[in-house]
Design a protein around this ligand. Structure first.
Ligand code: ADP
Ligand code: MG
Length: 273
């Protein structure tokens, strides 16, 4: 699904702004170049997943898109440069689920998801009935209705991942940044979480920018993949174009077989000898 090809759009009209537009993004951390001129566009409603070996800069890229770190170059969300968005306004546009979110000790599931409403609560003010209702709605929608009083730290990995998503959804942002949302989960819970993200994306017209390590699963859910290597985009396009034995051998030093599947290529690791 792409906003560029909407039936109503005519030649000569301004193109609708992309959800994410990154141009020549350069980030240095600790004196090293981490992102060395990255371009990335995510159309409204699209799901793009960034893949790439450990240390390629995937998390750094998501942090820059979420406004959590600043680099040189251009990052714009829905046509507005991220530097021009104040923190509260930014939080209404983009919600991030970090690679390993900090779980506050002793916090209940309900209070954790309520943190997502922070951009709507006036400074020094209290949450409104509408904020509480929003949290209840999101918890019910994610089958977490019975978990509100549970301490977050006591949940299983899959339940906790749903709560992290719930917090992001309660934030009401239309762009979701998901950094390895399924790495800690077994194969069944991985599918459950990704199907849920896809369903929510359709129901709420969300745009998804994710990172993922499982390449077959990455290709099954994303409209497009971006292969990041050494802080640069090495390849980008539909999963069949990016998940090739040649590119994965080159950039991961992996020995794999790629087999066409109904929802994208399956990447099967093969032992070398
Ligand atoms: P990925 O998510 O692809 O595994 P990251 O974006 O987390 O990669 O990290 C990319 C590189 O940046 C790594 O080499 C990492 O060590 C380095 N890096 C990340 N954060 C910092 C930091 N605060 N200071 C110095 N180097 C960092
Ligand atoms: Mg990472």
């Amino acid at each position: 699904m792409s906003a560029w090809s909407e039936p109503g759009s005519r030649a000569g009209e301004a193109e609708p702004a992309a959800a994410v537009r990154v141009r020549d993004l350069r980030v240095e951390l600790g004196g090293s170049s981490i992102l060395a001129g990255v371009d990335l566009t995510v159309a409204v409603g699209e799901w793009v997943t960034v893949i790439g070996p450990n240390g390629a800069g995937k998390s750094t890229l998501l942090r820059a898109v979420g406004g959590l770190l600043t680099g040189a170059g251009e990052v714009a969300l829905f046509g507005t440069p991220i530097r021009a968005l104040r923190r509260r306004d930014r939080a209404r546009v983009v919600a991030t689920v970090a690679q390993s979110p900090v779980v506050p000790a002793g916090m209940s599931v309900f209070d954790y998801v309520l943190l997502g409403r922070t951009p709507y609560i006036p400074p020094l003010g209290r949450e409104s009935a509408a904020d509480l209702a929003a949290v209840h709605d999101v918890l019910d929608g994610l089958d977490l209705g019975g978990f509100g009083r549970r301490e977050l730290a006591t949940l299983s990995g899959g339940e906790r991942q749903r709560v992290f998503l719930a917090r992001a959804l309660a934030q009401g942002a239309t762009l979701l940044l998901l950094d390895e949302p399924t790495s800690a989960l077994d194969i069944g819970h991985q599918q459950e979480v990704l199907e849920l993200v896809d369903q929510l994306r359709r129901e709420h017209d969300l745009t998804v920018l994710a990172t993922m390590h499982d390449l077959s699963i990455a290709g099954e859910y994303a409209d497009r993949l971006v292969l990041l290597a050494d802080g640069r985009v090495a390849a980008a396009g539909p999963p069949e174009e990016v998940l090739t034995e040649h590119l994965l051998g080159l950039h991961y030093r992996a020995h794999v077989r790629v087999i066409p599947g109904p929802h994208g290529p399956h990447v099967v690791p093969l032992r070398r000898r």
